[in-house]
Ligand binder design. Structure first.
Ligand SMILES: Cc1cc2nc3c(=O)[nH]c(=O)nc-3n(C[C@H](O)[C@H](O)[C@H](O)COP(=O)(O)OP(=O)(O)OC[C@H]3O[C@@H](n4cnc5c(N)ncnc54)[C@H](O)[C@@H]3O)c2cc1C
Length: 395
């Protein structure tokens, strides 16, 4: 009866715990998380929860009673301080030791703090967990001008959730376009126009030189005043625990294609893990619910001696007001882009499909308000993966 300890009570950790039971694992399963709250879904925080000012949208990952029913021991509000690999134990902040046969690291990611003078002292608001969200919502009634640092998904979803509220939102992005790590230049530009038309001011290639109380100092001497500052400039993986235990890390905790780390008794999944996938040229660390859940299901199968499901094409979504963005696949590097739909239409009813190719092969499909096309793209990418695997087996 293998004892499994999972560190991190987010999407990946919870799905792994329940996945183990679904696969018939009968040994003890313990889920340890530093967040004191019953595990919850993060995506609604920057969407329905923020838009409703906390009145609706909070979604637990599983009902509280299910943990007891599935015999999953929850240790919440308990940071893990150390992994002792030689004794196969993890040590919690209260000093207690949990023995394991298999350990799953699902420690997620935390907000990146860009090295800007005055930023840490300004204690910017964040939107990473439930406590951050409550703090942001509590601050809003006194805010006329909100400055957001970062033009990725979280910054833009926040801007969308506040559109029409009377709060003047200015978003500062250092790159020349929005969501530059995730979407095509065509879609970046479409979203810029979409948000600007709804009242958000977007500053691309913004060079913030210093943060002062209530002020951003920009290159060229420009001063931007704000009442509240939200930091949404990306995340960094929580790898320190793994690193201190001597596991191999890079842009995340490095794993092989079975999600095993450099210690075969320890696995890493979700936002904290860097893993190979047939859909990318090298190992990648993905930040999405779909990826966290998929890796969790695969590890649950592996730990119960079953063949893991084949890796599915990565996919993401981001709801920004009326625009339902979905991305299937990983685009980069990409050499050809094909657009279907009028890019000029930024109305609430707009629909778009953008296909991205490398060497003539489809690598990603971005859609706006085209759920059926998105599902089709995931099927197409799966079949392309299968044909690539078949090609390799003939070599
Ligand atoms: C506001 C917001 C909106 C999002 N919207 C979307 C979306 O629309 N679509 C989408 O696909 N994805 C979205 N994401 C991303 C998605 O939520 C994450 O990719 C997913 O939650 C990753 O799950 P995870 O379990 O790997 O990490 P996390 O959910 O971050 O969970 C990791 C947990 O481990 C804990 N932990 C870390 N170190 C320790 C330790 N030493 N001891 C104990 N516990 C520890 C962390 O505190 C955290 O609770 C969003 C994220 C946020 C923050």
């Amino acid at each position: 009866m293998s004892r499994v300890v999972i560190i991190g009570s987010g999407q990946a950790g919870v799905d792994c715990a329940f996945g183990l039971r679904q696969q018939g694992h009968t040994g003890p399963v313990t889920l340890v998380g530093d967040d004191p709250e019953l595990p919850y879904q993060r995506p609604p925080l920057s969407k329905d929860v923020l838009k409703s000012r906390g009145e609706t949208g909070w979604m637990p990952l599983r009902g509280e009673a299910l943990y007891a029913r599935q015999d999953i021991t929850l240790r919440l509000g308990q940071p893990v301080r150390e992994i002792r690999r030689t004794d196969r134990q993890v040590i919690l902040a209260d000093g207690s030791a949990l023995p394991y046969d298999h350990l799953v690291l699902a420690t997620g990611a935390r907000n990146r703090l860009p090295p800007l003078p005055g930023l840490a002292e300004a204690a910017p608001l964040a939107l990473r967990n439930a406590a951050d969200t409550r703090r942001l919502i509590a601050a809003l009634p006194g805010v006329a001008r909100l400055a957001i640092i970062g033009g990725g998904f979280i910054g833009l979803e926040t801007a969308a959730a506040l559109q029409g509220s009377g709060i003047e939102v200015t978003l500062f992005e250092a790159a020349p376009r929005l969501m530059s790590r995730s979407v095509s230049p065509e879609l970046s530009d479409w979203f810029r126009r979409f948000h600007e038309a709804r009242g958000t001011t977007i500053r691309l290639e913004a060079r913030i030189e210093e943060v002062r109380p209530g002020q951003l100092l920009l290159a060229g001497g420009e001063v931007q005043a704000f009442d509240a500052l939200l930091l949404a400039a990306g995340v960094m993986p929580n790898v320190e625990l793994a690193e201190a235990a001597g596991l191999t890390t890079g842009n995340g905790i490095c794993t092989d294609d079975t999600h095993a780390t450099s210690d075969p008794a320890i696995f890493a999944i979700g936002d904290c893990a860097e893993a190979p996938t047939p859909f990318a040229v090298g190992p990648v660390r993905l930040e999405s619910v779909a990826c966290a859940s998929e890796q969790a299901r695969r590890v649950a199968a592996i730990l119960t001696g079953k063949p893991p499901p084949p890796p599915a094409p990565p996919w993401f979504w981001s709801h920004q007001g009326s625009a339902r963005l979905q991305i299937a696949g990983l685009a980069d590097p990409c050499d050809t882009i094909e657009v279907e739909g009028p890019l000029a239409d930024i109305s609430d009813a707009a629909t778009l499909i953008i296909r991205r190719y490398r060497d003539g092969c489809l690598t990603a499909v971005e859609t706006v308000n085209q759920a059926r096309e998105h599902m089709q793209a995931r099927k197409t990418l799966s079949s392309l993966r299968d044909s690539k695997v078949a090609d390799r087996s003939r070599l």
